[in-house]
Design a protein around this ligand. Sequence first.
Ligand code: GUN
Length: 294
Amino acid sequence: MENLIDGKAIASRIHAETSATVSELAAKSSLKPGLVFVRVGEDPASRAYVGMKEKMASEIGIDSRTIVLDEKTTQDELLGIIADLNSDTAVHGILVQAPLPSHIDERVIFSAVDPGKDVDGFHPVNVGKLMLGDTSGFRPCTPAGVHELLIRSGVETSGAEVVVLGRGNIVGKPMAAILMQKAAHANATVTVVHSRSRNVAESCRRADILIAAMGSAHFVKADMVKPGAVVIDVGVNRIDDPSAKRGYRLVGDVDFENIQPLAGMITPNPGGVGPMTIAMLMHNTALAASRAIA
Ligand code: GUN
C-alpha cells in the first residue's frame, strides 16, 4: 500500500541519528545521557508505555531507570523526588508518566521539573517557547513526532489547511502551535476542532492534512475526509473484543479501512505515530545531554 506513512521505518532512522549523537557524546565528553522515568501506581497502559521507552533507551545507549511509586504517594513526596532528580548531574531527562492519580496536580508536577531536563516538553517554559517559535526549548514528543512524519514524508505544510481534532495539552494544542509557526515546514492554516465545535465533518472535509487526536475510537469516517488528504491518526483507544486474548483491542481515532483507499497518505495504527513518540523522546534526551555540557 504505497500511500502508507511508515512510522516504524521513520522512527528507526531517527533512532539511528540519535545513536550517532550518543556515540559522539561518549567520544567527545565521556558522557552517557541519563533518563529517569517516574511512574505512580500500576496503570497497565502506563506500565507498558514506560517499559517500551526504557527498552528503546537502553538499545541506543541512553542510561535509563524507572522509579515506581505507590498509588498513594503524596504530591509533596513526588515533588521531593523531582527535586532530587533536578539536582542529579547524571540525570539529563526526567519523564513523569501521565496520567497521575487524581490527588496529584499534574500541572504542579510538570512545573517542578527543571525545564532543561523536561524531555516531555510539558513545563510552562517549554510550552511558552514553543508558542513563541523559540527553538531552544523541548517540544512535546507526540506532536513533534507527527511533525517529523510530515517532513520526512515530503508533505507540504506551507499554506496547507490543517485540521487538528482535539485540544489536549499533550497533542492537540502543541500540534496546532507547531504547524502555525512562521517557520520552515510549518506556515499552515490551522483549525482546531473539539468537542464543542459545530460542523465538525464539514471542517474536516476542508483539510489537506487531518490530524486526529481526540481519543475517540474510529471517530473519523470516510465522508469526513477530502480525497487526497494526508490523514494522521494519533488515537489509542481500547475497545471491548471478546475474541481477543486480553478481552480488548486498541484502535485509533480513524476508520483506517475505509479511509486508506481515498487518502493521499495515511498513518497505520499501530505503526504510525506511536513509534515516533518514542523516537522524539530519545532525540530530546540526547539533546538535553548535549545542552548540559555546552
Ligand atoms: N501519557 C501519554 N502520553 C504521554 C507523554 O508523552 N508523556 C508523559 N509523561 N505521559 C504521557
